[in-house]
Design a protein around this ligand. Sequence first.
Ligand code: CA
Length: 233
Amino acid sequence: MRILIVEDEESFIDALRVGLAREGFDVSVARDGQEALEVFDARNFDVVLLDLMLPKLSGLDVCRTIRSTSTVPIIIVSAKGEEVDMVLMLEIGADDYVTKPFRLRELVARIRAVMRRHESAAAPLESESIIEHGPLRLDVDARRCFLNGHEVKLRKKEFALMLLMLENPGRVLTRDVLIDRVWGSDYVGDTKTLDVHIKRLRTLIESDPKNPKYITTIRGVGYRLEATTTSAE
Ligand code: CA
C-alpha cells in the first residue's frame, strides 16, 4: 500500500513515516503543494494524506488538481482551530478528513476505510441485490429493509435514502448529495424534507431516535451512516 504524505511539519512527518511504515505502508513524503503534485505524478499511490496549510499550493488546490485526473482516496488533515469548510472539502473530492492532533490508530482505521470504499467502488458492477451493514439489510430488488432480521416498512424515498447510506457506510453525505440523489437535481422544494425523512428513518431503525447510533448528523454538512455499528443494542 503506497501512501503519499503531504505535510510541512517535520515532527509530524517523522511520526507518520515511522508509524505508517510499521502498519505496512510504503511511505512517500512531499513537503509542499507543488512537490505533492510532482511526486503524485511520478508514482502510483493507493491513498493520499493531505495537510491543508502548505507552502506554495494549499491542500485544497492540491486536492482539486489530483481529483481532476485521479480517483485515489484523499484524506485531508487540518490543524485544530483551523477554519475548515467541510462541505467544500467534500465537494472538491476529499474522501475524509482528520483534525490534528489525532491518534495513529484512528488515522489508520480511516485510511483503511477509504481504501476499502475505493476498492468496492472500483470493482466491476455486479447486480448486488442484498446489501448488509451491521444489523441492517436491504434487499434492493424487492425493495425491502430488515433490521436484525425483522422487516422495516419503508416508503420509496426512505428506501432510496437507506440504500444511498448503505452504499456509503462511514462516509459523510452532504445534504446536496442526498437531495440530488434521492429527489433529483431539479428538486426545488423545501430542503427540510430531507430532515423529515431522516427523522422518520430514525424512528424506524434507532432504539433511541434522539441519540442515533446509526444515522448521525454532521452539523451543517449532512448525515453519515456510522461504519462501526455492529449490533442493534
Ligand atoms: Ca501545515
